[in-house]
Design a protein around this ligand. Structure first.
Ligand code: NOJ
Length: 548
């Protein structure tokens, strides 16, 4: 049954969220709907759950919310396998719930970004089902990459490409043809050489823009166009090349024309609607191409996300990112965690949870001081660690069941959030002892929102302070450049100046306290720093913001 929106509306940008080019320095919070809040107690997060918690996000101090897919989907890849791009999956609610979410967010002054998944759909998508049903001559097959196999009986895949989740990127159907899927077999790739695919996605963009959403996060934005002739790569070469993303199915020049047409659509709508690319490219310079003035607004900075806790490496990636983005007048973006990677508190921990959290908080202050837009993944404001002990039988990530690919094993960062209470699911759902689609560790009681709220030493109050201070001091986030200051080895220090003030950010990435001359008065610190007579000792793994 199609779901209808009865109350199409445009966002109220008149007062609360009016701010030119809001996205250039916005803090955007990623909601992973199945794990955020469960409104109806079935163990699965849902849209009413998100709507009910919007005041929490407002209080946290973010500018916008990005929702991972909530569309109708068999959930072979947690919703990144879309069967119907214009309906809400019943497990997440219905279209009026999406409408209510957008309306309430706007009333609170929050923007809403939704995911669009254009590289592939679900095997349950109408086009694909019909392509199979109608047999080898079906014109619907041209909207995907169907090919005869190689070998005497066509028993070998058409080329040697491998799925990002592991195994061959081709699956054979009953009549003998093969189809391409860069991800799971349940996710057939669209053929972007076909006009109907372009038209369909233009229409999907308009559908959600008409509902009032403020932008799109584009899944696998670098994958839509494949090299002509789908050339073989060679297995060894592929493993090597995938690391640098320089494969014939990623980052082909043809993708840019697609995004030019998408930008034209975004521009037709009032209220600065934006698009952010999930584009894994060989270099940050290649990422910048997606952000030329007539293309997209932002791209995730995965080079930053994958950089370790190392002063020289961080400084280099910050410089490279700013240079590349400034060359196309686009804002840099900064991100530490998302639903595809191990949470950064665990990545930085080297096996010591307290160290991980210390570094995570220091990394957050660094990220929020840099010029550009920052992405926060749900739960990092609670200091959640990765859940590493999930029993195999509860895991759902398709990457876990195929050999490890680019995305690795991703259930550990997708465990439902703890909100309150003494017992699992800790307020994720309405009832104590109720279900949650992945189990939470008992230790998560102390990470709940209720347990942290009002405690000045908590990670949650630290995030709230950081976002409030960033709002008061535009030199945190606004602008385009950093001015590096002299600092001891293993310490990063930079100044940021805007018409409305100057701040300095100092990060001690070493394992020892360092003493420096205070460059101003402390605005916020990720750990207690001790000062006397103009000298300040910054603890190991800590960041300080100063008003200079
Ligand atoms: C990137 C998404 O973030 C990830 O979760 C998904 O599995 C792949 N794209 C395929 O859609």
């Amino acid at each position: 049954m199609p779901q209808h929106v009865t109350t199409a509306h445009t966002p109220d940008t008149s007062n609360t969220i009016a701010h030119r080019e809001w996205w250039r320095d916005a803090v955007i919070y990623q909601v992973y709907p199945r794990s955020f809040a469960d409104g109806n107690g079935d163990g699965m997060g849902d849209l009413p759950g998100v709507t009910a918690r919007l005041p929490y996000l407002k209080r946290l101090g973010v500018d916008a919310v990005w929702l991972s897919p909530f569309y109708t989907s068999p959930q072979a890849d947690a919703g990144y396998d879309v069967a119907d791009y214009r309906t809400v999956d019943p497990m997440f609610g219905a279209m009026p719930d999406a409408d209510a979410l957008v309306r309430e967010a706007h009333a609170l002054g929050l923007r809403v970004i939704v995911d669009v998944v254009p590289n592939h759909c679900s095997e349950q998508h109408e086009w694909f089902k019909q392509a199979l049903r109608d047999g080898r001559d079906s014109p619907l097959r041209e909207r995907f990459h169907f090919r005869p196999g190689k070998g005497e009986d066509g028993q070998l895949p058409p080329n040697d490409w491998e799925s990002v989740f592991g195994g061959p990127a081709w699956t054979r159907v009953a009549d003998g043809d093969w189809y391409l899927h860069l991800f799971a077999p349940e996710q057939p790739d669209f053929n972007w050489e076909h006009r109907a695919v372009h038209d369909e996605f233009h229409s999907i963009l308009r559908f959600w823009l008409d509902l009032g959403i403020d932008g799109f996060r584009i899944d696998v934005a670098h994958g839509l166009v494949k090299a002509a002739g789908l050339p073989d790569i060679g297995h060894e070469e592929q493993v090597k090349l995938l690391g640098s993303q320089a494969v014939p199915y990623f980052d082909q020049d043809g993708v840019h024309e697609i995004y030019r047409s998408w930008r034209r659509i975004l521009e037709e709508y009032a209220g600065e609607r934006i698009a952010v690319a999930e584009a894994w490219t060989p270099t940050v310079e290649r990422s910048a191409l997606y952000l030329r003035p007539d293309e997209l607004h932002q791209a995730f900075n995965f080079e930053y996300l994958t950089t370790g806790w190392d002063a020289a490496e961080l400084r280099a990636v910050i410089d490279r990112s700013l240079d590349a983005m400034n060359s196309v007048a686009a804002p840099a973006t900064w991100v530490l965690s998302n639903h595809d990677v191990v949470r950064h508190s665990t990545r930085f921990s080297e096996g010591d949870e307290a160290r991980g959290l210390r570094r995570a908080k220091a990394a957050t202050l660094l990220m929020l001081a840099l010029p550009g837009s920052a992405y926060i993944y749900q739960g990092e404001e609670l200091g959640l660690p990765e859940v590493t002990e999930l029993p195999d039988e509860v895991r759902q990530d398709p990457a876990f069941f195929r050999s490890a690919g680019q995305d690795g094993t991703r259930d550990g960062c997708r465990v439902p959030l703890p909100w309150s209470g003494e017992q699992a699911p800790f307020g994720f759902g309405p009832a104590d002892g109720g279900p949650s689609w992945l189990p939470q560790p008992a230790s998560w009681k102390r990470f709940s929102v209720r347990a942290q709220e009002g405690d000045p030493a908590s990670t949650l109050e630290f995030y709230r302070s950081a976002l409030a201070v960033r709002r008061e001091h535009p030199a945190l986030g606004a602008g385009r450049d950093v001015e590096w200051l002299d600092a001891p080895d293993g310490v990063l220090s930079f100044r940021r100046t805007t018409a409305r003030g100057t701040v300095v950010c100092t990060v001690n990435l070493t394992a020892e306290p360092v003493t420096i001359a205070a460059p101003g008065t402390v605005l916020l610190s990720s750990a207690e720093s001790v000062g006397a007579a103009g000298q300040v000792s910054i603890p190991a793994d800590a960041t300080v913001w100063w008003a200079a």
